[in-house]
Design a protein around this ligand. Structure first.
Ligand code: NAD
Length: 361
């Protein structure tokens, strides 16, 4: 049956609009060739919004984003806004969007494409066929906990404080996301904390164990200390399916896992909130001001983020898989943007990569 969805597009700054132009080509293809119709709206975020509204994410744009079924973001930031005060910087617009929509679950896949296996610093055998999903809690923990601050102790000493804090409901809601996703994948969740030395970690382990027994006993659950997880990620990453962890450990572990794949221009992400609220899909990379406007940007991280949008917000796993397979086919064919160029391949521009994908589709 024909289905209509609304997608809010926030291209942002730097290479954001260039990469997003290639996503728009795919949306055109979907609207013409499938029973899904994606109606798009567009808005400003980051430096582009600052230039127009004097703030990096205007409330009027926020309300339009809130009303959409999903949001696609390019990237924000650039040297042009380096002198702007901290709370009006382009990056503050992105933080406002995440916070206002309570996007508590950050999903970062680490997927190795066979054609790019040499881009990783790890041996091919260790990473061939790698497919991990890191689920990171995004709006709680030590980055937000109170008390926080730097105090002067008056004796020439200063003291910096941050507080790691999680509640049952915060742990359970991110736990549900991870278990649900594992059911659609290989059915395994590895929960990472430091229960050996932190009370918040002990609580995390207990709440995940309780949730698992009550609602997800069909999923295979293992617990692992976060430091061991870091080691296992580079030693034998294929042992993992879904990794669930808190905000701080997730920040570190997702970067490590992402780099197993070797290339910033290939990494997508999703941030999800409560059911029936719009998810946010964006590449992991920034606005790349050094190559902006030159047609050199690799659009695949943004395109793979769009595939995640099709899978998680539009419930079209089949279309997501078609796009991912098209990416695979184009890479196998030797088509490369400059950042992933290799011997015996041919280099294309940002739009050349989008066109190659369309041809493969
Ligand atoms: P960056 O990710 O923008 O770039 C790092 C390097 O990778 C650069 O050499 C760049 O050319 C290259 N690169 C990144 N994406 C690429 C792509 N798709 N194709 C080809 N090459 C690519 O990180 P940075 O240089 O540290 O930051 C630049 C700006 O982006 C800063 O203002 C920063 O605050 C912002 N930033 C934004 C986000 C976001 O919007 N989510 C994330 C990170 C950084």
């Amino acid at each position: 049956m024909a289905v209509e969805k609304t997608l809010m597009i926030l291209p942002g700054d730097g290479i954001g609009p260039e990469a997003m132009a290639e996503v728009k080509k795919l949306i055109g293809w979907i609207n013409e060739n499938t029973d899904l119709t994606i109606n798009t709206e567009e808005g400003l975020i980051g430096g582009a919004s600052y230039d127009e509204f004097g703030n990096p994410f205007d409330d009027s744009t926020l309300e339009r984003a809130r009303a959409a079924d999903a949001i696609m973001l390019g990237a924000v930031g650039g040297p042009k806004w380096d002198g702007v005060e901290y709370n009006l910087r382009p990056e503050a617009g992105l933080l406002k969007l995440r916070k206002e929509l309570d996007l508590f679950a950050n999903l970062r896949p680490a997927l190795v494409f066979d054609a790019l296996i040499d881009a990783s610093t790890l041996k091919p055998d260790i990473i061939r066929g790698l497919d991990i999903l890191i689920v990171r809690e995004l709006v709680g923990g030590v980055y937000f906990g109170e008390p926080r601050g730097i105090e002067d102790l008056g004796n020439g000493e200063r003291r910096g404080v941050n507080t790691q804090v999680y509640t049952t409901s915060e742990i359970q809601r991110i736990g549900r996301v991870a278990f649900d996703l594992a059911r659609k994948r290989a059915g395994k969740v590895t929960s990472c904390e430091k229960a050996n030395v932190m009370e918040s970690g002990k609580l995390w382990r207990e709440e995940i164990t309780t949730l698992h027994a009550a609602e997800f006993s069909d999923v295979n659950l293992e617990h692992m200390y976060a430091d061991n997880c870091a080691m296992q990620l580079v030693r034998a990453p294929k042992q993992f399916d879904v990794i669930i962890t808190d905000n701080l450990f997730g920040d570190l572990l997702s970067d490590a896992a992402a780099m197993l794949t070797g290339s910033l221009g290939m990494l997508p992400s999703a941030s999800l909130g409560a059911p029936y609220t719009p998810g946010l899909y964006e590449p992991v990379h920034g606005s790349a001001p050094d190559i902006a406007g030159q047609g050199k940007a690799n659009p695949l991280a943004t395109i793979l983020s769009f595939a995640m949008c099709l899978r998680y917000s539009f419930d079209r796993a089949n279309l997501a898989t078609r796009i991912e397979n098209a990416v695979q086919a184009v890479l196998n064919d030797g088509t490369r943007t400059a950042d992933i160029m290799a011997d015996n391949c041919h280099e294309v521009s940002t739009s050349g990569m989008g066109d190659a994908l369309l041809a493969a589709l």
